[in-house]
Structures are given as C-alpha cells and as structure tokens.
Design a protein around this ligand. Structure first.
Ligand SMILES: C[S@@+](CC[C@H](N)C(=O)[O-])C[C@H]1O[C@@H](n2cnc3c(N)ncnc32)[C@H](O)[C@@H]1O
Length: 231
C-alpha cells in the first residue's frame, strides 16, 4: 500500500496538516518515547482501572477477534502495544504515529515483519478509503488536537463491516481534567462517549465498557446490532 508522504516539518507547519497540541508535541521528544512503555504498563491502574496490558489485550481479542490475514491500522501506536497484539494474531498491521521517536521505539519493541510503521497525522491521513478490516485507537483520542477529525478519518478508512476499537479516558468533569484540557497544560481531550458516538454516524456501537475513567468501545462500520455494556 503506498504510504502518504508527511514529514516532521509538514506535521507542524504545512497548511493542509493540522497543528499539534502541547501533548502531541511532547511525544516528539526521544525521552518521552523511551519512557512511554514503562508508563503504559502502569497507566490504566494509575487512572483507576484494574487493567494490566495483558488483561487489556485479552479484552480486545475477545471483543474484536482479530484474524490472520486481516489488515489493521493502529492509530497513535506509540510503543506498538496494539500493533504487537494484532501481529501476533497474524494480522497485517500499519502502525502510524506523528512521532518519529515513538515509531522507532515501537519498531524496536515489536520487531515483526507483519507491521509497517509510518509517520502521519491521522486527522488527515490520505490513506485509501475502505482499506482496513479494523482500526485500533488506544488513548490517541485524548491527545490529538482534533478528535472529531481523527474519528472521521478512522471511519473513512474502514471497509463496510470493519471494526473500530477505542480506548480512551472519558469525561468525568473533575478538576484535573479541566487543568489538562488547557492548551498550555497539554490541550488534552476527555470526550463524552455520547459525543464520540455522534462523530461516527455510519458506525454502530456494539460494545461499551467503563472501568474507572477508562472507556473501551467497539464500533462496526454500517452494522446494526445490540450493544453489550458490561463484561
Ligand atoms: C497515549 S499515546 C497512545 C498509546 C498507544 N496507542 C497504546 O495503546 O499504547 C498517544 C500516541 O498517539 C500519537 N498521536 C497523537 N495524535 C496523533 C494523530 N493525530 N495522528 C497520529 N498519531 C497521533 C502520539 O504521538 C502518541 O504516541
């Protein structure tokens, strides 16, 4: 698959590519990339959800059943957690991130020929429409400057019947979230699940699970189906 040509330079300044939030910029530093896997291993527990990475991987596999030969896109891959889970299930994976140091860290931690790594901003990706059987978005929704644009792009690249798996910190209305939403303190987003659902009009939410402030959701492109709310 031909990959779009976005460089470090146009990620930040090209008029056609969205600007970056402070949180996104912090991920461009090699030091952030080097420490990310350590934080990710502990982050959900630190945020009040009793989830190890192994448990999160089991939940994802149980809900999405990724299969050998499927083509998946991992959006904001960082250290490559979802890319690795998918590759071990036999999927072909395109792992994308705005951060070159994160991509290098991912490729180092998950050396697998089934994973391609590409630097691009998923708010405007130029990836082919309908090209993927599935898309994973692990917490990238919280960091991206334009979450609506990112969700629209994820929906566009899914084939009919394809799956979208989201993990994000949802809005709680707490003072810490209000602080980190400020542009100078990161410009993070804490979306409400109803808002997320409104951004995905062509998709059906089939699964929604809230654990502490952490939200796991599965959507299917086009399908109408009943929703599972708990584990
Ligand atoms: C919270 S980390 C994601 C961790 C990873 N998905 C996981 O589950 O372990 C967010 C990552 O998304 C990347 N990112 C943020 N906005 C992005 C965008 N618009 N397009 C692509 N990558 C983005 C950041 O550089 C960072 O590496």
């Amino acid at each position: 698959m031909p990959l779009p040509a976005q460089s470090q330079e146009n990620l930040n300044s090209h008029p056609a590519v969205p600007a970056l939030s402070a949180a996104q910029r912090s991920n461009l530093f090699p030091l952030t990339a080097a420490g990310y896997a350590w934080w990710r291993q502990r982050s959900l527990r630190a945020l009040g959800a009793d989830y190890t990475l192994e448990r999160e991987a089991r939940l994802f596999r149980a809900r999405c059943s990724p299969r050998a030969g499927q083509r998946w896109l991992d959006v904001g891959t960082s250290a490559g957690f979802y890319a690795g889970v998918l590759a071990r299930a036999g999927c072909e994976v395109l792992a994308v991130d705005i951060s070159a140091p994160m991509l290098r860290e991912g490729a180092r931690r998950e050396p697998d020929a089934r994973i391609d790594w590409a630097q691009l901003n998923m708010e405007r990706s130029d990836l082919p429409t309908g090209a993927f059987d599935g898309v994973t978005v692990g917490a990238t929704l919280n960091e991206t400057r334009g979450p609506a644009a990112l969700l629209r792009e994820c929906a566009r690249v899914l084939r009919p019947g394809g799956q979208l798996w989201l993990m994000y910190l949802r809005r709680t209305g707490g003072p810490l979230q209000a602080l980190f939403e400020r542009p100078a303190a990161g410009g993070l987003n804490f979306p409400d699940p109803a808002w997320v659902q409104r951004q995905l009009p062509g998709l059906t939410r089939t699964d929604a699970l809230a654990v502490g402030a952490v939200q796991f959701e599965r959507y299917v492109a086009g399908a109408a189906s009943s929703e599972r709310e708990t584990l």
